[in-house]
Design a protein. Structure first.
Ligand SMILES: [Mg+2]
Length: 235
């Protein structure tokens, strides 16, 4: 057991679920649609070029915590040289395509369920903290698809249950209060240094960085692990 810790707060995407698979599929689908759209507007670009640019753009938006896909597409298309205004209907279709493809391809990591069961059996309270997908209700719908959700004592969708998203400490503190724990009794597990770890530290919580990839942004955590299964040696 981790001394003085009552509750374990976990992030969802890329922490419990293999968001890479979801992201890749979503970017593929959208790149195909953008390719077609640009061609219809006289811009001929290799689909692979569009995919690569979209992937870079997606990562950049994640770092800047700009989650509203509706705002992405006009900016991205303008970057490809499109002069015309992108109709609202097209924007909505692209966002819908992105999220439905993402949800279908986004699977839990194999060690997610067993590790969550282990944490519960150890007597910790379990909390899920995840940022909104901007479309109201969409994130909750995505969350409910996972069987492991029944293991959680409380869920906070930041940006919906509370206006602030990570790295604000507020959603972390809201989840702690739902779990009946003080900030000092919580440890946060997340994959993103600039949202999960930064926010948890601002809330006064202990931190475990699950290093799925290098973001090129440093934020010192109490522990660094490379897989969920490694939580067994800390918790
Ligand atoms: Mg994440």
């Amino acid at each position: 057991m981790m001394r003085g810790i009552k509750a374990v707060l976990l992030d969802l995407d890329e922490t419990l679920t293999d968001a890479f698979t979801g992201l890749r599929a979503a970017r593929r689908a959208v790149a195909g649609r953008l390719h077609k759209y640009l061609r219809e507007h006289g811009i001929e670009l290799d689909e692979e070029v569009i995919y690569t640019r979209l992937s870079e753009f997606d990562d950049k938006m994640a770092i800047e915590t700009k989650y509203n896909r509706d705002e992405w597409w006009p900016e991205l298309l303008a970057g490809f040289g499109l002069k015309q205004k992108v109709p609202r209907r097209t924007v909505r279709q692209l966002t819908k395509l992105y999220w439905t493809t993402f949800a279908r391809a986004n699977k839990p990591f194999p060690d997610a369920g067993p590790t969550l069961s282990y944490i519960r059996e150890k007597g910790y309270k379990l909390g899920l903290i995840t940022d909104t997908d901007v479309e109201p209700g969409l994130k909750l719908e995505r969350v409910r698809r996972f069987r492991f959700i029944k293991l959680f004592n409380a869920v906070v969708i930041s940006g919906e249950d509370i206006p602030e998203t990570k790295p604000s400490p507020k959603p972390f503190l809201l989840l702690a209060s739902k779990l009946g724990a003080s900030a000092g009794e919580c440890v946060v597990v997340g994959d993103k240094p600039f949202t999960d770890i930064k926010g948890a530290k601002a809330a006064g919580m202990r931190t475990i960085w699950l290093k799925r990839r290098d973001w090129g942004i440093e934020e010192k955590a109490d522990f660094t692990i490379n897989s969920l299964a490694e939580l067994r040696r800390i918790l």
